[in-house]
Write a protein that binds this ligand. Structure first.
Ligand SMILES: N[C@@H](CCC(=O)N[C@@H](CS)C(=O)NCC(=O)O)C(=O)O
Length: 199
């Protein structure tokens, strides 16, 4: 399998953490792709985004929730996507919220990178407030993070890791003690230490 890869992308990291957790990381060939310069990523993903996973038969999967669920279908151990019931909807909701934190954080960062005079402080604030509310929701429901690892926890670990990487000065865990405690443990997993974000 070939993965359109960026070492800074939290969505790509979700895929790689998932692959490590189920022992498939060495089956994935990384194709490093700069989405802002690439001329051929759209051949694999019409949206021009990473991650995209090219299967051995040539079929392409995107985006990160679809790729992670595909990898989990190859998993011979305990499922990262609980198959049914309340556990499934909880994990999917957690994944949606964590992915939304990434989405809002990236929108804030892209806007902030625009030239002075072109950027909208109000838009940046709106997105950063969404990040903060998302993290607050996880803080309030931190007890739900106990239990076997799921895609919800993986997505949250990657979201927090990315926010810490790109917005280190915000120190988002300082005022969220339950989340800080959970993240200290989760980020020590080999799947997380092997995939730390890099520019
Ligand atoms: N919903 C997608 C989001 C993927 C995404 O936004 N990736 C970023 C890199 S972190 C990207 O490729 N951006 C390029 C663009 O927006 O044109 C997923 O979960 O995979």
């Amino acid at each position: 399998m070939k993965l359109r890869f960026s070492a800074a992308s939290p969505y790509v990291r979700k895929v790689m953490v998932t692959a490590h957790e189920i022992g498939l990381a060495d089956k994935i060939e990384k194709v490093t792709t700069d989405v802002w310069a690439s001329t051929d990523v759209t051949a694999d993903n019409p949206l021009g985004k990473v991650p995209a996973l090219v299967l051995d038969g040539g079929e392409v999967l995107f985006d990160s929730p679809v790729i992670c669920e595909y990898l989990d279908s190859l998993n011979t151990g305990a499922r990262l996507f609980p198959p049914s019931g309340g556990a499934r909807w909880r994990a999917l909701r957690q994944q949606a919220l964590a992915d939304g934190i990434m989405d809002a954080g990236i929108l804030a960062r892209l806007e902030n990178n625009r030239k002075d005079g072109e950027k909208s402080p109000g838009w940046i604030q709106r997105q950063k407030t969404a990040v903060a509310r998302g993290l607050d929701a996880f803080e309030q429901a931190a007890a739900e993070l106990d239990g076997p690892i799921t895609i919800g926890q993986i997505a949250l670990g990657c979201a927090i890791g990315w926010v810490n990487f790109r917005f280190a000065d915000d120190r988002v865990l300082d005022k969220r003690p339950a989340l800080a405690q959970w993240y200290a443990k989760f980020s020590a997993r080999p799947s997380m230490t092997a995939t730390e974000p890099r520019t």
